[in-house]
Every structure is written in C-alpha cells, then in structure tokens.
Ligand binder design. Structure first.
Ligand SMILES: [Cu+2]
Length: 418
C-alpha cells in the first residue's frame, strides 16, 4: 500500500535483479519500492568498515514522496577478522536513489535520482522462453494502446473506465461478462468490465500515462500473465521546490488542453511516433524487464509485450484501494486459443446449481413418493377404522334389537306371569 525507501546508511547497494530479472549490476545508496516491486542487491563488504549498520525503511508520502521517519529498523553486524583496510568509493556526498518517479527529488538537494529504466537488462531471458505456445495464426502486427491511470471526475479508472468486476470467470463464461464500455467518452467516465483484445502473436506497445484532470499521484502498474520490457520512461519536469510541469509528448484531446481533459483517449502529439521505433530515447536493445512499473505523475512509461500467452489476464494498479475502486482491466489475449486449455468438465460458476437442482428434483420426487405412500397408508388406516366402526355399529344395533325384543316380551309376559 505504501511507497517505501530502503537503505543501509554507510553501505552501497549493488542492485542485481528487479522483479526477478537480472540487470547489469547498478550501485545505489537507496531504493524506492512501490507496492509489488522487488529488488535484489548485494553488499560489497570490501568497502565496509567493521561495525554495526542500521537497515532502514521509511514511508514516502504524496506525489512529492516526502520522506517520513523510519518505520523499520534492523541491524547488520560487519566484522573484519582479517583486519583488511576498507576500500573507499569515490567521494560523493549526494545519495543515488533508484526508482524515483521524477528526475529531480523535490526538497531533497542531496539526492540524485536514478530512473529504473537506466538499469540495463542482462539479456538472460527471452520472451520465447516463457511461452511454448505456437500457432499458425500468428499476427505480425504491432498494436498501440494508450492507457491513462487516474481519477477523472473523481473516479479511480483506466481511460475513464471504472472497472466492474465480472461475477463469473471471464475465461470460462465469456458470454456472461459484459465488456461494453461504449458509455464512456473522451471526457465522461463509465462503469464496465474493461477488456483489451490482444491478437495472437502480435507485438503490443502500451503507453501507460498519468495525465489530465485525473492525475493525482504515481501508480505502480502490475500485469499478470506477462513480464514486459520498459522501453522508455518520461518524467514531468520538477523544480527543487516541488512544482511539476507535465509532459506534452501526449495529446489528451482535440479540443481541450491536457490539463482540462480527462485524457480518456490519448495519442502521440507527433503521429510519427505511432511507429515506436521513431520515438526519441526508446531502448529496443537492453531494456529492463519487469512486471510492475511506476507510472510517474505527469509522465508516461512505454512497455512492450508479445501476445503469446493465451488467456484473460488482469492488469491493475497495485495500490489495493485504487484497484478495487476501478483502476484495472482485463487483457483478453488470443481468446480463440485460450479456451483450448480449459479441461473438460471444469466446474463453472452456477454449475453447482445444475447439479443441486438435479439432486433437489430427485429428492423432491422421492419425498413426493414417500408422501404419497404415507397418504395411502393413512387412507387405508382410516378406511379400516371406519369399516370396524361400521361393523361394531351393526353389531350394536343387532344386539340392541335383540335385547329390546326380549325385554318387551318379558314385560309382556311378566304381568302375565305375575
Ligand atoms: Cu494507483
């Protein structure tokens, strides 16, 4: 949830990996970590004096990343049993801080910002290693998508689309997921299950931006199903006293200036950049590979993936509050192929209802039949009781008649007998 600043004052951090991917080792003093990001580093203790060092973590707040007091503290005991003299780094009183979402740190004159895309990929991983999937329908297209992360009209959204969570699995029950976002316009927001269709085998360039009326804070954007190359990061101009000037590389609207637009339908101001190879400063050689990247407030990031992993993948801001409120979308990647991998008989949402209704109707049938049986039994019992009662009644009547007749005769006879 929070942005963290990690350091071990007095020691340099030799960063070797980010998000699990090797980079050319890069020496810094501190690392800014956004939610979901990972950094691996080594400590070169040849440069360390013997002693105890503090391991520190601070929270950074607001768009200016104001440094708060330490919230985490550990201790590192460095011993020097060989009494070797410590090596000394070149003298620099300024701290190199990795992964700032700007190039000048507001109100921190002693910080030199090192953008994360300044690190170079060691080239140890290729896209092809991830995906064994091959298809004859591979596209040779390169698709370009602009995605603006922010709060236009006050709503957490991507391109003004406030993500509505599907109530069923989008992969197994697509017909029950409404992905229609047509109520959103260039300036108006709407609720919908925002989905981006990616063609099989195509190259996908995404421009993740943070501009317009909804720009508020930097966002760590995480993608499932892929890792991406970070081809370029563009930061706002920031003065040392914290005034931000947003990039103008992107045009938010044909009518409105960027600052007054929701920026739901962005494009390059220079249309020749639609071919990403024409973009100044683009790195197509050794771009760092990541799965979470901070999209700078007032700037943008260009990432690249190959759509070779069929499925429906979630892409979202990793600040949980932003995600649940709507800053998310589904990558609907080569859908025709993704369904091949669904096992036969995989239970789906509502399938338990079908099973249960089968069981329920069987139960209700058996209950009906047992009810019928008991009803019949009851009926038989009543008929039996009635029959016995009728027989008893007849018996009583006959007995009564006989008794009456005898008595009458007796009466008649008595006087006579008397
Ligand atoms: Cu966010």
């Amino acid at each position: 949830m929070h942005v963290l600043l990690f350091s071990i004052p007095g020691l340099k951090l030799n960063v070797t990996e980010t998000d699990g991917f090797e980079v050319v080792p890069t020496v810094v003093d501190k690392i800014i970590m956004y939610p979901a990001e990972r950094y691996d580093f080594e400590l070169d203790l040849d440069y360390a004096e013997e002693g105890i060092y503090n391991i520190t973590v601070s929270i950074l707040s607001s768009k200016k990343l104001t440094i708060k007091p330490y919230i985490g503290l550990g201790f590192l005991n460095v011993s020097n049993s060989n009494n070797l003299p410590a090596k000394v780094y070149g003298h620099n009183i300024k701290s190199r801080v990795l992964n700032c979402p700007f190039e000048t740190y507001p109100n921190e004159e002693d910080i030199i910002c090192v953008p994360v895309n300044e690190m170079k990929d060691r080239g140890s991983v290729k896209d092809e290693q991830f995906f064994a999937f091959k298809t004859s329908q591979e596209s040779t297209e390169t698709a370009l998508h602009f995605l603006n992360f922010g709060f236009p009209k006050g709503y957490s959204s991507i391109n003004g689309r406030i993500f509505r969570w599907p109530t069923v699995s989008a992969l197994t029950q697509p017909s029950e997921v409404d992905t229609d976002c047509s109520k959103c316009t260039d300036e108006e927001t709407c609720h919908c299950s925002h989905s981006l269709n990616l063609k099989t085998g195509s190259d996908i360039i995404m421009v993740l931006l943070n501009l317009g009326t909804g720009a508020f804070i930097s966002h760590p954007i995480h993608m499932h199903g892929h890792t991406y190359k970070v081809l370029k990061m563009e930061f706002p101009e920031v003065t040392i006293d914290g005034n931000f000037t947003f990039t103008e590389d992107i045009q938010c609207s044909n009518i409105l200036p960027n600052i007054n637009s929701s920026c739901n339908n962005a494009r390059w101001r220079n249309s020749s950049w639609n071919d990403y190879k024409n973009i100044p400063g683009i790195n197509t050689v050794d771009a760092v590979r990541k799965d979470t990247i901070v999209v700078p407030y007032g700037g943008y990031v260009i990432i690249k993936i190959k759509a070779a992993n069929p499925g429906v993948w979630f892409m979202h801001c990793h600040i949980d509050k932003h995600m649940v409120e709507g800053m998310a979308l589904m990558l609907n990647e080569s859908f025709e192929n993704s369904r091949r991998f669904i096992p036969n008989g995989l239970p789906t949402c509502h399938s338990y209802l079908t099973e249960m209704s089968g069981k329920l109707s069987a139960t209700s049938a058996s209950q009906t039949s047992s009810t019928t049986d008991s009803t019949s039994n009851g009926l038989y019992a009543v008929v039996g009781v009635l029959a016995v009662a009728v027989l008893l009644l007849f018996g009583y009547i006959i007995w009564k008649r006989r008794t009456t007749s005898t008595s009458f005769n007796n009466e008649e006879m008595s006087p006579m007998n008397t």
